[in-house]
Design a protein around this ligand. Structure first.
Ligand code: F6R
Length: 243
């Protein structure tokens, strides 16, 4: 695992965007795995700027998002569909048919999950997966536990995760109990992984992840130690507890 420490959130975001852009320029039909939440917002902003000012071309890029809240429709302003369109997709020249986000409302959700993984395989697998990390070490919505699930699946969110995300919903009661997420196997199959972490609330988990190379289902992100090409980009605040 390669680690890059940047001084500020903005620098972390620019470095991440530069790495994504480099991959797109190298392979215009890049299969790009994407995350939501607060962390990648700066990276999306910078990628939009690169599209507008430097002609970064998304016309052949194929995207797969990590997760979606179970029960939220794409029109719901708290859904990750809505987030992705508002914060990224509507500002770039990506083809709508190249965008994939797990459905939170599919009638046969298990079948949908199976299809989602198959679709990733059909396009040749994820070339570059962008990840954030939860304070409890979750990636996607693969929460700590006795076991982790390989494929895309429906998961129950921990109280900790619901509390952390209540800031987007105004109130804890409004945060869905479940989500649809890529599994650990789906994530680990990505050829390249970029994990971003920012702010002091991520300092403890980042110190744990980067100082201890053991792998445990109690810290889902620890599986990244087994991945051959993972780069972690963090800002100074998230690096605060590193020795
Ligand atoms: C989001 C996702 C989550 C977040 C994580 C951190 O698609 O998969 O794992 O990356 O919860 O969220 P923020 O960035 O809001 O701290």
């Amino acid at each position: 695992m390669k680690t890059v420490i940047e001084e500020t959130y903005e620098e972390m975001s620019r470095t991440a965007a530069r790495m994504v852009a480099e991959e797109i320029r190298r392979k215009p039909s890049l299969v790009l795995g994407l995350a939501t939440g607060g962390t990648p917002l700066g990276m999306y902003k910078e990628l939009i700027r690169m599209h507008r000012e430097e002609g970064l071309d998304f016309s052949e890029v194929i995207t797969f998002n990590l997760d979606e809240y179970y029960g939220l429709s794409p029109e719901d302003e708290h859904s990750y569909h809505y987030y992705m369109h508002e914060n990224f997709f509507k500002h770039i020249n990506i083809k709508p048919e190249n965008i994939h986000i797990p459905s939170g409302t599919a009638t046969d959700i298990d079948k949908f999950c199976e299809e989602y993984d198959k679709e990733i395989q059909r396009v040749g697998g994820i070339d570059l997966q962008v990840l954030g990390i939860g304070r409890n070490g979750h990636i996607g919505f693969n929460e700590p536990g006795d076991e982790l699930i390989t494929e895309t699946h429906v998961t129950i969110l921990t109280e900790e995760t619901r509390m952390a995300n209540a800031r987007f919903f105004g109130n804890l009661n409004n945060v869905p109990q479940k989500a649809v997420t890529m599994g650990l196997g789906t994530i680990m199959k990505a050829k390249k992984i970029l994990l971003l972490a920012s702010g002091r609330e991520k300092a403890v988990i980042m110190a744990e992840l980067l100082s201890d190379t053991s792998v445990t289902t109690r810290v889902p992100a620890s599986f990244l130690h087994l991945h051959p090409d993972t780069t972690v980009i963090i800002d100074r605040e998230a690096a605060m507890e590193l020795l």
